[in-house]
Every structure is written in structure tokens, then in C-alpha cells.
Design a protein around this ligand. Sequence first.
Ligand SMILES: *Cc1c(COP(=O)(O)O)cnc(C)c1O
Ligand code: SF4
Length: 343
Amino acid sequence: MQYFNNYALSDCNITVNTESTAPISSRYPVRVTKYYANLIRQEGDAIWKQCMPDVREIEDDDQLPDPFEESSLSPVSGLIHRYPDRVVLLVSNICPVYCRFCMRKRHVGSGDSPMGDTELDQALEYIAANTAIHDVLLSGGDPLMLDDSSLHHLLSGLRAINHVSIIRIGTRVPVTLPERITPQLCDLLKQFHPLYINTHFNHPDEITEDSSRACTLLADAGIPLGNQTVLLKGVNDDIGIMRKLMTGLLGIRVKPYYLHQMDLVRGTAHFRTSIEKGLEIVRGLRGHISGLAVPHYVIDLPGGKGKVAILPDDVERVGADVLLIRTYTGERVMYRDIKFPLA
Ligand SMILES: *Cc1c(COP(=O)(O)O)cnc(C)c1O
Ligand code: SF4
């Protein structure tokens, strides 16, 4: 497979490599599109922090580069099989912008070529041989960095497997390189329904005319759009910002899916918030804004144990059949349950 229009792409990048950032960028590559850089209003703002190298990345050596042991959950190269019914395919290792908080920091930008044809064939064989796999997630890197014909080849290969019912693409392209979402790309993608796209907006300033247009094109192609946000210190760890982001996404037909607790990945410690902060944000969303706009707050547990959704603790049992339940305004309301344990 091949990347899309790589030459033109270098044209839409700005240069951020300087002498002072070289020690960082030699370990964790730096790349920013002109479009995304233009969203920066001032040094140190929410867009800046997400894409500009920070010396704290190379000072953080406590965490593991791959705490999820994705490598050990990989029966064939480029495929992660952690849950019984779904797999992740790492089809690309480049992205338009290298997010400084990326959970696959060890992997992205680490080579020039996407998943090779032999690897792809092996992955397809593995999926074909495992009839329990119903859901295939394309990830990377960014899968939409592949060119249209590679995407067609990949999606056709997956669709040829009967037991694969759902295909999902995880991509930040609508946010960082919206011009890649063309009518031609949408025409291609819609041949492979049911196909879902999860995109990745972290801040309301990323909802622009261009990113909205990209999402509209995809939604008009019948592709249900979800969003994964990473909870980032100094970027979006604020109830007001999160409300604006989540309701703004609904406004462009993107349904908030996950709010991710920052992973324990080496080089990203300065972005981490406490779980308490995440729970406070969930409390500030649920009930206050449309239920459609409220994502699941999830922690991806180290050791490949999987994602767990966590909720504020709002239920207290005060008697055999009596619960006290806290409402979104903080009021505690008595609720009569079936007697527990059942006689
Ligand atoms: C997140 C993830 C999935 C998908 O999980 P969902 O909760 O179904 O979105 C599948 N496999 C791996 C390895 C993952 O990290
Ligand atoms: S777009 Fe996704 S995979 Fe790429 S650098 Fe950002 S978080 Fe990582």
C-alpha cells in the first residue's frame, strides 16, 4: 500500500525543527500541517500544546513506551487482537500532525512505508481464519494517509471476509488535514458500509469551517461519525471547554464516543490529569447538556487489560431495598429498589 500524495503533503507542512527542538524531534518526530498551525492564536495555547515539541517529552522516562503490551497481543505483524470479537489493524505509521500526547508515540513517524502487501495478506488471512472477529478497526498512524487506491484495496480485502460485519476507521484527518476529505474519498468509502469513522477533536477551536465541511462530506456519505477526545492537562481539562467541544461536535453531526484518560505512555506525563478531574468533567456534562453529547469516560488499563468506563459514584445503598441516588444538580433522592439480596 502507499501513502496519499506524499509530495504535496510536504507542501502543506510548516517547519518547526530548530536547534533547540532537535533533541526532542530526533526521538519523537514533529510534523504540523499549515492548516493546523494556522489555528494557533498564540504561543502556548491549546492548539500549540498539542502539536509543538516540549522538552518534558524527553525528560519523562518513568513510563513504558508500550504499556498496553500491544506488541504481545499481536499474533501477526500490524494486527492487535485484544478482545474476542474485534481487532485493530495498524495500517499506517504516519499522521498529518504528530500529537505530542499520542499513545502510539513509539510507533508513529517511525518509518516511511505503510503496512506492506505481505503483512496485509497475513492480517487478512488471520481475520478470515477467526470467525469470531466481526469488527475491524483501522488505525495507525492515520489510515486516511493511505492513497485512495490503497484504501480501496484494503477495504475490499476486508469486505471479502463474510464474518467481518463492521469496519471502523480511526482518523484525525478531519481535524488536522481536512482537505484530504474529498468527494472522491467519500464515494470510495461509502461502498464499504457499514463503515464507521471515529475522529479525534480535543478542543472547540478545532471545530472550524474546514473541519465542519470535512465531517459534513463524510456524514452525507452515510458514515456515522463518532469522536474520541483525550483529556489533556492545560488543553481541555475544563468543564466549560468540554461542554463547548461536545455540543459543538453534535452541531457538526459527530457523536462524542469516548473521553480518554491520558495513557501512561512514556513522553506524555506532562499532559496527565487525575482521575478525579475526569470524573468532575463527566459530572459537569451529564444532565447539564444533551445526553447525546456525553461521551463515556474510559481508562485503558496497562498490561493489555482493556478499556474500562468509569462513572462518578452516585449510588449509595442505605437499606436492604433503599438507595440514595445523586442527581446532576447534587440533590440526593431516595429510590426504592427490589429487596437485596432477593429472598
Ligand atoms: C480500543 C480498542 C478496541 C475497540 O474498543 P471499543 O470499546 O469497541 O471501541 C479494540 N481493540 C483494541 C486493542 C483497542 O485498544
Ligand atoms: S493523529 Fe492519532 S495516531 Fe496520529 S499522532 Fe495524533 S494521536 Fe497519534
